[in-house]
Design a protein around this ligand. Structure first.
Ligand code: ZN
Length: 302
């Protein structure tokens, strides 16, 4: 149950329209709205106090929740007013039925730019010391379609949201931030989904599997990709017209392996992975791999 009975009765005495909403609709509303807190925050004014939930949702969120939960616009408004503090204060909600939620998103979310999984930067405010956006929400955002290769759910559609601090010219992505042409990866913690191409991400668990295949069964990156595409890439929740290829390429397997090994090494040593943001992808990690190898050679006295 998403709220206690006394609160519900008090709310219903003032807002009798809520009585036509079933408990299962409220539970679904709570799950869906909780999933989209970052999307809600993105619609707020830069100086909003985000410790308090907004009193109104944006038209697109209202449209999505109304359609997904089969609520009238007034019922949607009342559900938000009743549940908004619960939704705001609850830490990550475990989806009761992820397949059902993915299906709901395909019907009601995809057409208006809302996916079950959205890849935001980890921060709401600018990290740069002294930047005035370190106290004010970053609101400049750009989103692009992408897919995530996952182990359990095949290939799933997503939006990758890139935020930009126009004050200190820092770009924030899901895996890293960019300043002065340099890319700084987050390593504490290592992201759950690793970016392996402009529009492609790979779940960390899957990259661990690829790593095991490469190291312990001498499977080539090409064959890791072939195995995934043959056995694991089914994508029932993905619109065939999504516009991003769901097929893994061997270069992505190689990059994912290299990136995860570098990130885990940095995580272990409490350092940051810094590489060039521009240039060719095939050259991006060469210097970092060389530096890592030299470190281990020194450590082992080779
Ligand atoms: Zn800034």
């Amino acid at each position: 149950m998403t709220t206690d009975l006394q609160q519900l009765l008090e709310f219903a005495s003032l807002n009798p329209g809520i009585l036509s909403v079933t408990l299962s609709q409220m539970a679904l509303f709570h799950q869906l709205a909780s999933l989209h807190r970052r999307d809600i925050i993105l619609t707020l004014h830069a100086r909003t106090n985000i410790n308090e939930p907004p009193t109104h949702l944006s038209p697109s969120l209202n449209l999505f929740l109304s359609g997904a939960c089969e609520l009238t616009p007034d019922e949607t408004r009342l559900c938000w007013l009743l549940l908004r503090h619960k939704i705001w204060d609850t830490s990550d909600v475990q989806a009761s039925d992820p397949a059902q939620l993915r299906s709901i998103h395909r019907i009601h979310g995809d057409p208006i730019g809302l996916t079950y999984t959205a890849l935001y930067p980890p921060n709401l405010f600018c990290y740069t010391p002294g930047c005035r956006r370190s106290q004010i929400l970053i609101t400049k955002a750009m989103q692009r379609k992408a897919v995530i290769y996952t182990l359990s759910d095949g290939v799933v559609p997503t939006y990758h949201i890139h935020m930009y601090c126009e004050h200190c010219k820092t770009g924030y992505h899901n895996n890293f931030y960019v300043r002065n042409g340099r890319r700084f990866y987050y390593t504490n913690p290592v992201p759950e989904y690793l970016q392996v191409g402009t529009h492609h991400f790979a779940e960390r668990r899957l990259v661990k599997l690829w790593t095991a295949q490469l190291l312990y069964s001498r499977t080539s990156a090409f064959h890791c990709a072939q195995i995934y595409n043959y056995a694991l890439k089914n994508s029932p929740s993905m619109d065939p017209d999504w516009g991003v290829s769901p097929t893994v390429r061997c270069e992505e397997v190689s990059d994912a392996f290299t990136l995860l090994s570098l990130l885990e090494d940095c995580e272990h040593r409490n350092t940051v992975l810094e590489v060039a943001h521009t240039g060719l992808q095939k050259d991006r990690f060469t210097a970092a791999v060389q530096a890592r190898d030299e470190y281990f050679e020194q450590l082992l006295g080779i």
